[in-house]
Design a protein around this ligand. Structure first.
Ligand code: MHO
Length: 251
């Protein structure tokens, strides 16, 4: 074979290889659309995040209430306020079911979280919340330092004034250890909805627990987002299902 023929042959082979790589890459993209690289996207904000912990009844519901507020990045359910080390769902002892809220203070303040706390449960109920009876459902604002304690006390006084004769039972406590609850209790409301789980790309448990989208969708699944947010998510989901695109990438 002449040198020029060899060159043509090599360049044809190269084109074919490039084409194969290109086509197989496209095929893979069609079958397995990429998941949202949430961690990379949120990285710059992570450094500025703050954490707040509240107890206001069943932690399934508490997590859903805070999850879809603008500025809330992540929620985790757990046990706090007691003395038992390593509490479990079936053995919480003196702890209260709680939710840990990670939030961006540039977008939502501790004071605004307190407003949501008060408006989302009945702090006058003794030894339970709604239909749930027991000490683990008591109402607590956990604080981290004097400024938060002050804000919590002021908001409790306001609430007491509104409640007139009935006593606001909410405790204000410096946060000790927050013990995350078992995986089956994390994003509990979302896990009841296989359609929404599917839209997220059936994330593995660890990713689901840290995912900002899952945090929001957990609130949406329980229909506990503020009405405008509930509606916004409805619209986004409708768009996606109409387009036939299988994954929800952001909200
Ligand atoms: N009423 C709820 C309480 C659940 S909870 C996480 C139930 O279905 O048992 O404590």
């Amino acid at each position: 074979m002449a040198v020029s023929e060899k060159m043509v042959c090599i360049s044809h082979s190269l084109i074919i290889i490039v084409l194969i790589v290109f086509i197989s890459d496209k095929a893979l993209c069609i079958r397995y659309p990429d998941r949202i690289p949430e961690t990379a996207r949120d990285l710059s904000d992570q450094q500025h995040l703050k954490t707040a912990v509240f107890a206001l009844g069943s932690f399934w519901r508490s997590e859903a209430i805070f999850g879809c507020l603008p500025g809330v990045v992540r929620t985790t359910v757990g046990y706090a306020g007691g003395s038992k080390t390593k509490p479990e769902y079936r053995n919480v002892k003196d702890h209260a079911e709680s939710v840990q809220v990670e939030y961006n203070p540039r977008l939502i303040s501790f004071k605004e979280l307190l407003d949501v706390f008060w408006s989302s449960h009945d702090p006058r109920q003794v030894f339970g919340q709604g239909p749930d009876v027991g000490n683990q459902y008591r109402s607590i604002i956990f604080t981290n330092g004097t400024e938060e304690s002050r804000l919590a006390a002021v908001s409790k006084e306001k609430e007491q004034t509104r409640s007139r004769s009935s006593v606001v039972t909410t405790q204000i406590q410096q946060l000790g250890t927050f013990y995350p609850a078992e995986p089956e209790h994390q994003k509990f409301e979302l896990k009841q909805n296989s359609f929404l789980l599917h839209l997220l790309g059936s994330l593995p448990e660890e990713e689901l627990e840290r995912s900002n989208l899952a945090t929001k969708l957990n609130g949406y699944a329980a229909e506990l987002c503020p009405p405008n947010i509930q509606k916004h998510i409805d619209t986004r989901i409708n768009e996606i299902t109409k387009r036939g695109w299988p994954l929800l990438k952001d909200l």
